[in-house]
Design a protein. Structure first.
Length: 125
């Protein structure tokens, strides 16, 4: 694979430089050489785009494996298993408040706002 990813584009670009030198730097030689070098850069870019696409497939495969694990065990691979039915779940620590002057969130108003309905998004003109 290294031959296709690295050495093929390099060989094509070198061929473009050779075409420029072989024609003595004429206008037609420059046009042809630059076109050949552009083809080499295109091969290199297509290899990069292909590798990015394959990386996305690896992420999907990992997610599918995690879902299969969840279907078999009942919890995600990066989570701790649930306690047995006879045991009480461990007590969750109270979330740390960053602003000591702001009251803790209320059950009816999860945003912590006191009274009144939740905010609505602004109207569009």
């Amino acid at each position: 694979m290294r031959v296709v990813r690295v050495w093929l584009p390099v060989a094509i670009i070198v061929a473009g430089v050779i075409a420029i030198v072989a024609t003595g730097g004429s206008e037609a030689g420059w046009e042809g050489g630059v076109a050949i070098m552009a083809a080499g850069m295109s091969v290199w870019l297509l290899n990069i785009i292909f590798r990015v696409g394959v990386a996305g497939e690896r992420d999907r495969d990992a997610e599918d494996e995690a879902r299969t694990y969840y279907d078999e065990h009942g919890y995600w691979p990066d989570e701790a298993p649930a306690p047995p039915p006879g045991e009480a779940p461990p007590a969750a620590a109270e979330p740390r408040r960053t602003d000591p002057h702001r009251p803790p969130p209320h059950d009816r108003h999860p945003t912590g706002r006191s009274g009144g309905p939740a905010r609505r998004p602004p109207r569009r003109p």
